[in-house]
Design a binder for this molecule. Structure first.
Ligand SMILES: Cc1ncc(COP(=O)(O)O)c(C=O)c1O
Length: 491
């Protein structure tokens, strides 16, 4: 290979010149109202001069240093006792959470549809999870959230007392759970509530968006500030509430933070968190403008006779209290194209970058302050429909597949033990009864069907094979594309 080339940097440079509609993270959207003015100035003026190593007097060393002040301002803005600035995403927040909770005991109750970084946290910490299932929209192949009643019931059923309850809100599709009620239930059981609010960094900063989980009773909230809060990619925050569990959790989080944060944390990312906090805390009008931009997109979607808003089906799910207006999930079944095909087509042909797709939907994310061109988004979908549309869209519709989502297999080992032991690859026909070494999640609906340490059942193999073989279906974490091979713990 030619060592004079810099292929990634060159491609990134060229890519950055494209005229894109960025309804994708990072929420700042590169230009316009989503980019905090202070961040624009910070990046434009002498960027190299601001790239420093940590532990310098006048920056982050000594009592009352500016970095500590920035964190205190963030704690005040989120109504938290304390905030940690993370330079490895909300993924780091999830790993810290799992490591910290292990300091309280061994068992945990978690929403089954956790992000993979939380499963990584289970592997790192040795925590043993029990699960509460989210509600499912089988028609659309989407997992939502959990209700207070479902959490209460699971807590009553458990034989081992968990150290905490862990839920996710908002969901990828913008469904918001009733955190206030869930917190009441969890606290009645004498436990702390942890909320992965990665998609809700902007919550609580305007009356037109839902409140932040700390205000609603959560004891710890993981927030991915770069997603919709205006900071740079990979920067995130962890918020600890002032409450009955804070004294116990704070030193545990501190230790887990030390274990996961680089000793050379990036000054640009830290500064972008400080600026994003300033942007959000003073940004009610900007957030409202983005909500209005999202409404324009919704209006145009409603005006077509072939698109629907996914949120219009949320009323049917008791676990969904409301939805985040900055998540616009669009059902595209009426175009005759799968969501995956459509996402790819409008990105390549029109420069319209949706955040996510399922077999029948695409998700647009609008960062706080951003105002994407709604007309261009809907026109790009219309163009895709004209060029690629068929009578009926190919689907991986779980309801039509007719195979129920299998119950989780017995846990025969902790996720950590299963991850650490020797592994082998086994064909699907011989895998029933073996212990999974991997996390496998069929999309739709994206809930882990297997976690490390769980027994692989015939039903699970049948389900995963059926989804893998259906149009648009895929198995995240599988050894191969059609999921005919499994990584298992060696006997
Ligand atoms: C629910 C949830 N939690 C955590 C994360 C990890 O966030 P980050 O990309 O900031 O590491 C994600 C990422 O998409 C997520 O969806």
């Amino acid at each position: 290979m030619n060592q004079s080339l810099t292929p990634y940097a060159d491609a990134l440079n060229a890519f950055s010149e494209r005229d894109l509609v960025r309804i994708i993270v990072p929420g700042h959207g590169a230009e316009g109202g989503g980019v905090p003015e202070k961040l624009q100035h910070f990046i434009e003026s002498k960027p190299f001069h601001k790239d420093f190593t940590p532990l310098l007097t006048g920056l982050d060393k000594g009592a009352g240093n500016p970095l500590d002040q920035a964190k205190m301002l963030a704690a005040q803005a989120w109504n938290a006792r304390r905030v940690w600035f993370l330079t490895n995403g909300a993924s780091q927040g999830n790993r810290i959470t799992a490591l910290a909770l292990r300091g309280l005991g061994e068992h945990l109750l978690a929403q089954r549809s956790t992000h993979s970084s939380f499963v990584d946290g289970l592997v790192l910490s040795g925590l043993t999870p029990e699960f509460v299932l989210p509600s499912l929209d089988l028609q659309r192949g989407i997992a939502h959230g959990v209700s207070a009643a479902a959490v209460d019931q699971r807590l009553a059923e458990l034989s081992e007392r968990p150290v905490a309850v862990y839920v996710i809100s908002p969901s990828y599709f913008g469904a918001v759970a009733n955190i206030e009620q869930i917190a009441e239930v969890v606290h009645r059981h004498g436990l702390p509530l942890i909320v992965d609010a990665a998609w809700g960094a902007h919550f609580g900063f305007s009356r037109s968006v839902p409140d932040n989980p700390i205000n609603l009773g959560a004891d710890l909230a993981i927030s991915s500030t770069h997603k919709l809060g205006g900071s740079l990619t990979q920067s995130a925050m962890l918020h600890l509430a002032e409450g009955p569990y804070a004294d116990q959790l704070e030193p545990l989080i501190d230790r887990a933070f030390g274990l996961t944060q680089s000793t050379s944390e990036n000054t640009w990312l830290l500064a972008s968190l400080d600026i994003a906090r300033h942007f959000l805390a003073n940004g009610e009008k900007r957030i409202d403008a983005s909500v209005e931009a999202a409404e324009s997109l919704r209006r145009l979607v409603r005006e077509t006779d072939y698109l629907e808003l996914v949120e219009e089906s949320f009323k049917a799910f008791p676990d969904i209290l409301t939805h985040d207006p900055l998540h616009v999930a669009i059902d595209v079944s009426g175009t005759g194209i799968s969501g995956h095909e459509l996402k790819e087509y409008v990105a390549n042909e029109h420069g319209v970058y949706f955040e996510a797709s399922t077999h029948n939907s695409v998700v647009a994310l609008i960062g706080a302050g951003a105002m994407p061109d709604a007309a261009r988004i809907v026109q790009s979908i219309e163009h895709a429909r004209v060029v690629l549309g068929r009578e009926t869209a190919p689907t991986a519709n779980l309801a039509e597949l007719g195979i129920p989502i299998p119950a989780a297999g017995r846990r025969l080992m902790s996720p950590r033990d299963a991850f650490m032991k020797k592994h082998e690859i086994v064909p699907a026909s011989e895998v029933a009864g073996r212990i999974s070494a991997d996390t496998l999640a069929a999309y739709p609906p994206g809930i882990p069907n297997l976690l490390p340490g769980e027994e692989i059942t015939e039903e699970t193999v049948k389900f995963l094979s059926a989804v893998a073989a259906s149009p648009g279906g895929f198995i995240r974490g599988a050894v191969n594309r059609n999921s005919t091979l499994y990584r298992v713990v060696s006997d």
